[in-house]
Design a protein around this ligand. Structure first.
Ligand SMILES: [Zn+2]
Length: 334
């Protein structure tokens, strides 16, 4: 199997490649991993390989008509079910439709592939519906479920799947990939982003593309710097004002919380004597370290984690921002 430019995750690629070449790819695959680790990219790649007309070693070749249609998202035997809402939950209705569809023969290739992009969670009812078809699948049908953690699924669902865990590649691998992907991008910006997001390609791409959208500087980054500076001031109104433009844009709000979390982690590291700071606002982190106690500093990344989780679970974003600000201020002694 040809993994094209899919970066890192050598163990996963080796296992998948061996299965594929021996014609033993599981009919139900779960790709699990944090946001940004490439679950969807790899899912699509496996789907393309399954319909590709080249031999098993070079599939997906990227050149045959099947690969070209798979890439364009128009291959009749690759179907995608995407969850909706902030948590990305797939509806029971979608699975019902999928089951009806799965009993039809593939139109062009040997396989019908269903890509299920589930986000963070799947309801029990939806899982039970899915279980019906994965227990006794029609021949030639393959399901690829992309979800943050397989642990969140019913054991009965998990036990029927080949589970593959995706991780961010090493920083060197990420650098090689990103330099090829963004040849125009300044190398120091790329290296900083790789450090800040620990090589998580999806997050780095979102960061670079966010930067590109608004010119030289990233709004999520600028806002994180402002918030860090305002955190120890008594002015709550100004703090909320910085958050305001992010309320309606979930992806950018998530990026902002992420940036903040990195800065807070740096401030903690600084308190414990480390000078290996990695965030986008090292000066802000140092100042925070001087102003707050170790106990206060340790609370801040925890709060970010909590609100990032709430954001992924479809919480009302305006309320979330207000509560987030208030908790951060409280932790900072305001
Ligand atoms: Zn091909």
């Amino acid at each position: 199997m040809n993994f094209l430019s899919f970066v890192g995750n050598d163990e996963v690629k080796k296992r998948l490649g061996d299965y594929f070449i021996n014609g033993r790819l599981p009919h139900f695959i779960i790709l699990q991993g944090e946001e940004g680790t490439g679950k969807r990219t790899l899912g699509k790649l496996i789907a393309s390989a399954a319909v590709c007309r080249s031999d098993a070693f070079s599939a997906p070749c990227g050149k045959c008509p099947a690969c070209i249609r798979a890439k364009a998202g128009t291959h009749p035997d690759i179907k995608t079910v995407t969850g909706s809402g902030a948590s990305g939950m797939i509806s029971t209705e979608s699975i019902k439709n999928l089951i009806e569809d799965a009993y039809l023969r593939p139109e062009e290739s040997e396989f019908s592939v269903y890509l299920l992009f589930a986000g963070n969670i799947m309801s029990e009812a939806t899982q039970n519906k899915l279980l019906k078809i994965i227990e006794e699948p029609p021949p030639g049908v393959m399901f690829i479920l992309c979800i943050k953690s397989a642990e969140s699924l019913l054991p009965t669902v998990r036990s029927r799947a080949g589970i593959f865990t995706l991780k961010a590649p090493s920083k060197e691998e990420a650098a090689g990939f990103l330099k090829a992907e963004y040849p125009e991008c300044d190398e120091s910006v790329l290296m900083d982003a790789i450090e800040s997001f620990s090589g998580n390609i999806g997050k780095i791409k979102a960061f670079i593309e966010d930067k590109g959208k608004e010119g030289a500087s990233s709004p999520a980054l600028e806002a994180a710097v402002k918030i860090t500076a305002l955190l120890t001031k008594s002015d709550e109104h100004s703090l909320l004002k910085v958050f305001h433009p992010f309320i309606k844009d979930k992806q950018r709000l998530n990026l902002l919380i992420n940036n903040l979390s990195e800065i807070f982690r740096d401030a903690s590291a600084c308190k414990f004597g480390s000078d290996k700071l990695i965030s986008v606002d090292r000066d802000g982190a140092r100042k925070l370290c001087q102003t707050l106690t170790a106990r206060q500093l340790m609370l801040l990344p925890e709060i970010c984690r909590k609100y990032s989780e709430l954001l992924s679970k479809n919480a009302n974003q305006a309320l979330l921002v207000t509560a987030f600000c208030s908790e951060l201020r409280k932790a900072a002694g305001k």
